[in-house]
Write a protein of this length. Structure first.
Ligand code: ADP
Length: 559
């Protein structure tokens, strides 16, 4: 029999039909992300936050200032009638003010909803109304976008323009005020509220290539857990200076705005200027040691360095994700710049980090070729994220490096359901289907073969459009490549390769085919190569393959 003392610890667990459980004695943890910026102020007050402003000028702040200004913003919002659970939007660039909004809005209990300025206007209207945004903080250059949309926005009470009082533009936006005026009389001693368990913190919408965009509502707890896990799953050092090219408006900038201050890291933000030259300057001037970004941004930076004989001498590591890393990019970072590349994978529904590919001790003894083959994989799951690969009927496939199927994920920073949806987005056991087709191997590495919607089915076999694109990208004349499956009367689908060359002019198709022929199986070789001046990209910079698929859908059928 249990003593009275022990009995008081026991709860009856209905799900386990009578099983008993003992509860721990530790404190109840209901985190508020504002605790992160308070920690940074306390421990790393003078660590710098560098931003390139819209004007091009470099602005220097630090964790102490950002924390105090976040408190002022939170109190200004409260004074303005914003309540816990209200949704407040940002249409902003990577600067210190955006960081302050992350903390000021979420920290007072409202929800930070980040908007992407590249959204199609119709999608922007849908998202702002669906989220029921009450206020929009808007960067100066985007004021005209909102002026054009404001008649269709149902709930917006105020527009706060991210500028000084004297920089306020003439605008037709209702109740427009400058950010600096808005926070001027805010309370620098503001005390952050204690929030409910699982309180909502931030909201991001997926790009919605089919149907309407869907919202993912992150909690304070999921963001804190994700940030702590991210810190352990990348080679981050306390003295790193981070270049944050990944936008604060896309999937919470991969958690950097939370784990940066957690660890007192210097943050360097490029604002509007993400081309090769200004990025190089910023890296050089601010001694950037760790850079986060998507492959297309790095392609611009590498091209600038190549053409101007520049070396990224301060950079030690770069974390690349969002789309697949190519061998050519990896090689150039490694062999020309001595920069270690860490491939990472994730998605909006996962806060976003799922896997990272950090160097292992074994890799030190490998040949470059062997090492590159591992680095090109999307990596191994971070503790907290579970992965499995299933066939079309949902049966789990072996982790053998060969069996390819639907990648399913589960974990504390992975969504349960989309914002305002009636039903869960996960199966009965909590697994979320990522929409990616992948292979898992014996060592725990995951390799993405394709998006399920992009995989090419030719003669009953699968061709990976990603592998083919990466192979083509290695050709010295190829600046960008995209492979799409086009319906075919005999083979079901055949790959078509779209290329943007360095010069913008077509090159000999034979030279491309010859280049590919020892890199991929013969039946993978594209039947058709089309040279374009540019490829269609979506609001988050990803290739919009459906546009090309639609345009060329009858190409083989008509032949
Ligand atoms: P979206 O809003 O388009 O869903 P996400 O950033 O959430 O934007 O996109 C997630 C998807 O991006 C993943 O499911 C995967 O297909 C792709 N992706 C992300 N990182 C990688 C990577 N390292 N390699 C290949 N694909 C990637």
């Amino acid at each position: 029999m249990l003593s009275n003392n022990v009995a008081s610890y026991i709860i009856y667990n209905k799900q386990d039909k009578g099983a008993i459980q003992m509860i721990g004695d530790m404190q109840k943890w209901t985190p508020n992300v504002a605790g992160i910026i308070e920690h940074a102020k306390e421990i790393h007050p003078q660590t710098e936050i560098i931003s390139r402003l819209v004007s091009g000028e470099i602005h220097r702040s630090n964790y102490e200032k950002v924390c105090i200004r976040s408190r002022k913003l939170a109190s200004a919002l409260e004074k303005d009638g914003i309540k816990k659970g209200d949704v407040v939007a940002t249409l902003a660039l990577n600067t210190y003010r955006h960081l302050e909004m992350y903390y000021g809005i979420s920290g007072m209990g409202a929800v930070t909803h980040t908007l992407n300025f590249r959204l199609h206007p119709e999608q922007a209207v849908y998202i702002i109304n669906h989220a029921e945004d009450k206020i929009i903080f808007v960067e100066l250059p985007f004021v005209p976008i909102l002026e054009g949309l404001q008649d269709k926005l149902n709930n917006i009470q105020k527009y706060i323009v991210l500028c000084e009082e004297h920089e306020m533009p003439e605008t037709s936006l209702n109740n427009a005020i400058s950010y600096e005026e808005y926070i001027k009389d805010g309370d620098a001693e503001y005390k952050w509220p204690i929030l409910d368990d699982d309180a909502a913190c931030a909201l991001c919408y997926t790009s919605g290539t089919t149907g309407n965009p869907k919202g993912v509502l992150y909690s304070h707890k999921s963001n804190v857990l994700h940030a702590q896990a991210a810190l352990t799953a990348m080679t981050i050092q306390p003295d790193d200076s981070i270049l944050m090219v990944v936008p604060l408006f896309h999937v919470l900038a991969w958690g950097i705005p939370y784990f940066g201050p957690m660890n007192g890291l210097k943050l360097v933000m490029p604002g509007m200027q993400m081309e090769g030259e200004p990025l190089y300057e910023l890296i050089d001037q601010e001694d950037v040691s760790l850079a986060f970004g998507v492959p297309t941004i790095w392609m611009g930076l590498l091209a600038y360095c190549r053409e101007n004989n520049k070396i990224l001498s301060s950079v030690k590591n770069t974390i690349i994700g969002g789309s697949a890393l190519s061998l050519a990019t990896l090689q150039e970072f490694d062999e020309v710049h001595d920069v270690n590349v860490i491939h990472a994978w994730g998605m909006t529904e996962m806060s976003p980090l799922g896997t990272t590919n950090v160097p292992t001790p074994e890799m030190q003894n490998m040949s470059k070729e062997e090492k590159y083959a591992i680095q090109l994989k999307q990596g191994r799951p971070i503790y907290g994220v579970e992965l499995k690969v299933v066939d079309d009927s949902g049966n789990e496939l072996p982790k053998d490096g060969k069996s390819q199927g639907h990648l399913m994920v589960r974990g504390p920073w992975i969504l349960q359901k989309y914002f305002k949806a009636d039903k869960d987005a996960v199966d009965a056991d909590g697994w979320f289907d990522t929409g990616d087709i992948s292979v898992l191997d014996e060592d725990g590495y995951m390799t993405i073969k394709d998006r399920a919607k992009d995989v090419i089915k030719s003669g009953g076999e699968w061709i990976s459009s990603i592998d083919l694109e990466n192979a083509a990208f290695g050709h010295p004349e190829v600046a960008e490549a995209c492979v799409v499956g086009i319906p075919h009367p005999k083979w079901d689908e055949r790959p078509m390769l779209f290329i943007v060359t360095n010069s913008g002019e077509p090159v000999e198709k034979k030279s491309i085919i010859d280049f590919l022929s020892d890199k991929v199986a013969k039946w993978w070789l594209p039947d058709e190569i089309v040279f374009l001046k540019e490829l269609p990209h979506g609001a988050t910079g990803k290739l919009q393959k459906f546009e090309l698929r639609e345009e060329y859908s009858n190409h083989y059928m008509e032949k």
